[in-house]
Design a protein around this ligand. Structure first.
Ligand SMILES: NC(=O)c1ccc[n+]([C@@H]2O[C@H](COP(=O)([O-])OP(=O)(O)OC[C@H]3O[C@@H](n4cnc5c(N)ncnc54)[C@H](OP(=O)(O)O)[C@@H]3O)[C@@H](O)[C@H]2O)c1
Length: 305
């Protein structure tokens, strides 16, 4: 099968090459998925699981991409709950070969049914941004209706979903990002916008929940904005600072079939819009992930037409 592979961590996305690999086999509790569309987040090339397996053994050349939408083509021993021919979408294991390929073997529990009226391209754009936003807001952030939420990178892949889910759940949302992202963030539902290059973040005052996707200095200063009893949730690594009278939590997104169902239902009924910036085929994937100009929104690879 055709696949994108990486062998050199230092090279980043520039090290992606198209290669011929053997098709994976479905192990126990796996399904084999015929990949129709694949999503990739650049951060994964910095995660150890891309380069080594769970025992720390080199697993290069490895296939990146951990979001998938496709069709089940085979079941492993003992696999239950999904059928051959079923449309599915989900999040592939971090320590196994991923979805920038014609086939991927993936644990059935990491997948959810993809309704027939949701395009594969849309399906592949949802697992990381949808699950990360859901888990950060509702699981780790313990969001409650009426709270104020500061969403960093509100025009980006994760931030745009956080903004929409928070608004739907009854939040007052302040989005942040670059000057050029103001209108996008407002269109996704932010009620205010802070341009991090030109405005003063501290002017926001106090908020109940900060959702940080940036980290560093922005994350550190955001801790000071959390009201008593509030929460700083971050996906940008261990927090640099703790809120004085609140909690800081950092987490890594996990597969969850029920939450995937919640997310895709919102896409179907128009409550949630995904943020797809460009679509390319597998032959053009390496150049699509190394754009010469900035691409707003997610890049999705359409593996089958
Ligand atoms: N822990 C987890 O489970 C998890 C899950 C998903 C994603 N992540 C990580 O979270 C980060 C965000 O993911 P994403 O998919 O949402 O990325 P994204 O689509 O690139 O969105 C990030 C947004 O924040 C903006 N931004 C970043 N740094 C900024 C700064 N210093 N000032 C102003 N705006 C800034 C970006 O603008 P520019 O494009 O102009 O920089 C972009 O609009 C990535 O590092 C990703 O690897 C972690």
């Amino acid at each position: 099968m055709k696949a994108i592979v990486v062998t050199d961590q230092a090279a980043g996305t520039a090290g992606m090459t198209l290669a011929e690999r053997s098709e994976p086999e479905a192990a126990g509790n796996d399904v084999l998925v015929e990949v129709h569309a694949s999503g990739f987040t650049p951060g994964e090339l910095t995660w150890p699981g891309t380069w080594t397996d769970r025992l720390g053994r080199d697993r290069t050349p490895s296939i990146p991409g951990h979001e998938v939408a496709g069709v089940v083509s085979a079941l492993g021993y003992g696999t239950r709950g999904l059928s051959v021919g079923q449309r599915v979408f989900g999040l592939a294991d971090w320590t196994r070969d991923g979805t920038l390929a014609e086939y991927v073997a993936i644990e059935a529990r990491n997948l959810a049914p993809l309704p027939g009226d949701v395009d594969f391209t849309v399906g592949a754009s949802l697992p990381i941004s949808g699950l990360t936003a859901w888990q950060g807001l509702f699981v780790h952030g313990r969001f409650q209706m009426g709270q104020s939420v500061l969403v960093h990178g509100a025009a980006g892949g994760v931030g745009s979903v956080v903004t929409q889910l928070a608004r739907e759940a009854g939040a007052y949302v302040i989005g942040t990002g670059r000057a050029a992202d103001r209108q996008t963030a407002l269109d996704f539902g932010a009620q205010e916008f802070v341009d991090l290059d030109n405005d003063t973040l501290e002017d926001v005052g106090g908020v109940d929940l900060v959702f940080d996707v940036i980290g560093g200095d922005i994350g550190e200063r955001s801790a000071g904005l959390v009201r008593a009893g509030g929460m700083l949730v971050t996906i940008a690594g261990p927090p640099e600072a703790q809120p004085k009278d609140g909690l800081a939590v950092d987490f890594v997104v996990e597969a969850d079939r029920a939450q995937l169902g919640e997310v895709v239902q919102r896409v179907r009924d128009g409550r949630l819009r995904t943020n797809i910036g460009q679509v390319a085929d597998l032959d053009a994937a390496a150049s699509a992930f190394n754009p010469t100009e900035r691409v707003k929104g997610k890049t999705i690879i359409r593996v089958r037409p």
